[in-house]
Design a protein around this ligand. Structure first.
Ligand SMILES: [Zn+2]
Length: 622
């Protein structure tokens, strides 16, 4: 059963290396976040933490009387909720302090102290759910009606009851807990083997020997030099293939573990089990795969466009990562980036833009890279009573403006949800977490396209969009389909080996890439690709990249064309986790079990390709 988690809502989005950054104290204060909104000093943080530690000792006193009355239950849940809220705020401060300069060991210690406190509290609170579940459902429902202080917890309580059929007897639960020690073995072995022991091949690149680690593979597969790309693919996948039997045994072991949990918790299938946490109907998963199948011709159109842009006679799988277009050749100072972001968000309403302006003016954002600062970008929305923060490593490129509006999307989602919802209902799940961020990106995209007439810049912006669509919608759905297929086969009693995974992977990949229709040749060696993708151990996780991209593209299209769309979307932004994810998206006018959001997304992708082809015709690119 899911515990009331100590939720740290932190959405990290990008990652890159910072070279030769300036020192932090050389940066103008207005471009650094102001963490005194959380605690005036480290000392204040420490005393807040000590106070919370003392408070949390009272958890024990709640034992045994949780469901004696509606009042008692409300007292207990409020108490626990306040502790979680306090922990989130403490965590936000320690993590952000540490991220602004990872070299400072004091903040590393603060994070560790907090982790310890957190696990202590989780252990001390572990009696709560089992004790609530001992109560009669009808009684609990009556409590919710009777005691208004339970209103913030109604979703939590009804969700507990919903999942009760999958809760087993105390004795069985003990066995499940013990089994968890073994269940992760396949995944652990994969991780250690791939990260530490695997003999990644060495190849010669520009006269130097280079070890093709996954990071180097990603780098060199994007080479402009076609021979090099082919060589890199051959070497990398060839080496994976040598260990096909071992990789196969690991993946099979992980499937067995998924099946164990689904069975022991009385689920119809692993898919039902994995999607149940967020109450996502399995139809949503099937609907994704079905709709992507129907729209493979659009994907093939993309592949043909890529072939044309690369001036190739024939496209191979190893050509897919070469840059389709150059970087967008424009630079934006922070102030320029800010102006464009604010303008692009106007369709969401003046008051929305006002809050974004506050984020800049009231120092919610840590903008520039500095020595020791964590790389990448994230939004930190877990200080419920304060406001979200953003970590950036702004470098004046088009992508940085795009990342900025992406993070502001997360931040506004957290801001409006924290404002409208009580703490227990404010946090939103991964299934919807990337919607607001990618809607903002889409708005920025559309805004720039309205404004920019330079054909090469347009081509670069459109091409970037297309690559995102390829990577999130088509590739992730291809993974989702493979994952479903192998689970279903093992559920039906088949034993799968590395050779089987190879065959199944190649079959699905060839279907997606139109191998038989001559669209893109998926060479035989591509069958080994599954072996290096860690996501196949995350159990039905990747489909969410595709569904949230689809939802956000559908919303962006509606915002352009549909009168009531802004109001609907704003309701979604304020809804936090007050409902299940699929219902939340309904608020925004998106039905993920229908074809509608896919149709809108595919129309958007085709419109982008229409324009790209028109530009290529105009500039005489044959
Ligand atoms: Zn994100």
């Amino acid at each position: 059963m899911k515990k009331l988690p100590i939720l740290i809502l932190l959405i990290a989005c990008t990652s890159f290396l910072i070279a030769n950054a300036q020192e932090r104290d050389e940066i103008d204060e207005q471009y650094k976040w102001d963490l005194t909104h959380l605690y005036s000093s480290d000392e204040e943080w420490t005393s807040a933490k000590n106070k919370l530690r003392e408070e949390s000792k009272k958890l024990d006193e709640l034992k045994g009387s949780l469901t004696a009355s509606a009042e008692k239950l409300a007292d207990a849940l409020e108490f626990l909720s306040d502790i979680r809220k306090g922990m989130s705020r403490l965590g936000a401060y320690a993590n952000m302090k540490s991220d602004q300069d990872t070299r400072v060991s004091r903040y590393t210690s603060m994070k560790l102290e907090l982790q310890q406190l957190g696990s202590g509290i989780s252990a001390a609170a572990s009696f709560i759910e089992p004790e609530i579940l001992e109560a009669d459902s009808a009684n609990l429902m009556a409590f919710i009606k009777e005691e208004s202080r339970l209103a913030p917890f109604d979703k939590y309580l009804s969700d507990l009851l919903r999942r009760r059929p999958h809760k087993r007897s105390e004795e069985v639960e003990k066995v499940i807990a013990q089994a968890s020690q073994m269940a992760g073995t396949a995944s652990n072995v994969r991780s250690i083997f791939s990260n530490a022991d695997f003999p990644y091949p060495e190849i010669e690149i520009e006269g130097k020997k280079v070890k093709l680690t996954p990071a180097n593979f990603s780098r060199y597969r994007a080479s402009d030099d076609r021979e090099m790309r082919e060589k890199v693919f051959d070497a990398f996948f060839g080496k994976l293939q040598e260990f096909q039997r071992t990789f196969g045994a690991k993946l099979y072991g992980n499937l067995q573990s998924d099946i164990f949990y689904a069975n022991v918790r009385n689920y119809e299938s692993t898919l039902h089990s994995a999607l149940d946490g967020n109450n996502i109907p399995v139809e949503v998963y099937h609907n994704l795969i079905d709709n992507v199948h129907l729209n493979l011709p659009t994907f093939h159109r993309y592949l043909q466009l890529r072939k044309r842009m690369m001036k190739l006679d024939h496209l191979h799988y190893f050509d897919l990562y070469a840059p389709l277009v150059g970087d967008v050749d424009l630079e934006f100072s922070v102030e320029e980036g800010k102006t464009h972001v604010l303008n692009s968000l106007l369709p969401l309403g003046e008051d929305y833009v006002e809050v974004v302006r506050r984020a800049f003016d009231e120092r919610w954002i840590d903008m520039y890279p500095n020595e020791g600062k964590r790389s990448g970008a994230y939004s930190q929305g877990s200080a419920y009573d304060v406001h979200p923060y953003i970590l950036m490593n702004y470098n004046e490129k088009y992508n940085d403006v795009s990342t900025l509006t992406h993070e502001l999307g997360h931040t506004m989602h957290s801001y409006f949800s924290n404002k409208a919802q009580p703490f227990p209902k404010a946090g939103y799940s991964i299934f919807v977490a990337e919607v607001a961020s990618t809607v903002n990106e889409a708005l920025l995209n559309d805004y720039f396209l309205n404004d920019i007439s330079d054909k090469n810049v347009r081509l670069a912006i459109l091409g970037n969009y297309l690559e995102t669509a390829k990577g999130t919608l088509f590739r992730q759905t291809q993974f989702a389909e493979f994952e479903l297929k192998i689970h279903e086969m093992v559920e039906n009693g088949e034993a799968l080996t590395g050779e089987d995974f190879d065959r199944l992977y190649l079959e699905i990949t060839r279907k997606y890439y139109g191998h038989d229709e001559g669209v893109c040749t998926v060479d035989e060696n591509i069958k080994a690709e599954w072996a290096y993708i860690p996501h196949f151990y995350y159990t039905y996780y990747v489909y969410q990249y595709a569904t949230s991209f689809t939802a956000s593209q559908a919303i962006a299209e509606k915002l352009k064309n549909d009168e009531g769309a802004v109001e609907q979307y704003r309701k979604f932004l304020s809804a936090g986790g007050s409902q299940y994810p699929v219902e939340l998206l309904h608020k925004a006018g998106v039905d993920m079990s229908s074809a509608a959001p896919f149709d809108l997304t595919i129309a958007r992708i085709n419109a982008v390709m229409d324009e790209m082809e028109a530009i290529l015709d105009e500039i005489g690119h044959d």
